[in-house]
Design a protein around this ligand. Structure first.
Ligand code: 2AL
Length: 165
């Protein structure tokens, strides 16, 4: 969608455009209600500020929409297509990587009680595995900050893809 269309859309259409970026109602409503934006930079800057930080509850709500790293999202929804393209650096046919990711995901879920989340776009499977291993050593408070920051990065990247000058 063009920025001009986003600026002029009805409130519910604007919110529906934002929702696949991250399912956090406060963030979507805030950005819709701050319209109009004079530029993409202005929108992106507001989006980053409104996501700093996402609360633990918001992270939990949004995480349910993110498939595990190494699990290809199925279906034709905007979210599923975004996830597949973000995880393009992870080759599902590479059995060794798939096994290492599955083990790492399980260890992370055991340790922190939620799905391991990382901004996958632009990262190779090796880089993701390295980050996963390192983050397993974080204390709870540090990891809570890291996961909120990763969710913010994903949301802002998706926003840049959803709304163009
Ligand atoms: C994802 C995903 O689907 N896209 C992305 O950047 N990260 N999933 C995840 N568990 O981190």
């Amino acid at each position: 969608m063009k920025l001009e269309e986003f600026n002029e859309a009805g409130r519910s259409e604007a919110i529906a455009t934002l929702r696949p970026c991250v399912d956090v109602t406060r963030w979507c409503e805030h950005l819709a209600d701050r319209r109009p934006y004079g530029s993409i930079d202005e929108l992106v800057s507001e989006a980053g500020a409104a996501a700093s930080p996402f609360t633990a509850d918001e992270v939990e709500q949004a995480l349910s929409h993110h498939p595990r790293i190494g699990e290809r999202a199925r279906g034709a929804s905007t979210e599923a297509a975004l996830s597949r393209s973000e995880q393009a650096g992870v080759d599902p046919a590479d059995a060794e990587i798939a096994r290492a990711l599955a083990e790492g995901n399980a260890a992370y879920e055991q340790r922190f009680g939620r799905v391991f989340l990382i901004r996958a776009a632009g990262r190779s499977a090796g880089e993701i595995l390295e980050a996963l291993t390192a983050r397993l050593g974080n204390d709870d408070a540090t990891e809570e900050r890291v996961v909120a920051e990763q969710l913010r990065e994903i949301a802002v990247l998706r926003l840049k893809g959803a709304i163009a000058a």
